[in-house]
Ligand binder design. Sequence first.
Ligand code: 2AM
Ligand code: CA
Ligand code: CA
Ligand code: CA
Length: 263
Amino acid sequence: MNWGLIDRYAKSLIKEAGHKIRVSFFNNIDIDSKSDANDLVTNIDREVEQFFISRIKRDFPDHKILGEEGFGDDVQSLDGVIWILDPIDGTMNFIHQKRNFAISLGIYAEGVGMLGYIYDVMGNDFYHAAKDEGAYFNDERLPQLEVTALSEAVIGVNASWVAPNRYMDHEGIIQLVQACRGTRSYGSAAMELAYVSSGRLDAYMSMRLSPWDIAGGMIIAQEVGAIATNMKGETPHLLGQDTFIVARPGLHETMLKDHIRLK
Ligand code: 2AM
Ligand code: CA
Ligand code: CA
Ligand code: CA
């Protein structure tokens, strides 16, 4: 497998898709809801996913595609090469803010993350990594993450997980929020993973993410020494929903061991 070629191909595909998204703001965007009234999708999410799929199927007919909007393959195992794609991560931001959303892509071979990309479309910032070759913010190599104490950590977490919820012991999360330096919520799991990898956040957590939210970001995180697991401390599932936490070394252990308790 020529991973250098696939890397160059994927980068140019993502840039082209980003251009399509920016141009889409000149037209009306159709908004629908999916599982509930706040789970939004637009024609642009669908069109961008279909754009990726038509190109990948044409140029890499043996590869499989797992995409959020369901136009890809019915992927039941991690055999072979799989492109795990979120055409727009942060659809609510895309609709309400016209910024703070990303294209997220991870390319896996036999379940091993080989190439990871998160493209902040409106900021024109590209986070990318290749397995064992380091991670980059645009052309800048990202340094290895160092240990940070919880008292100095800024944690990305959606307020829904701090409010009482069915997944987590409420006292534990309240203590966590009080013990850290501050919290932030960006509304795009992929961007929050990119922020942890580039040191802008020290940790990010969510009780419910899908493979396409984390597939690209996990490969980038791995290259800078961030620890990414589900809340049981295991490798997150790449074929279904799971809990998720990514953090600097040391901090990950503190958060999971001393603060986060699942119901
Ligand atoms: P999305 O914008 O691609 O749907 C919002 O906090 C983050 O959680 C986004 O990355 C969003 O991805 C993701 N997410 C995962 N499952 C979701 C769901 N059922 N409804 C809304 N956002 C979801
Ligand atoms: Ca969605
Ligand atoms: Ca997503
Ligand atoms: Ca999405």
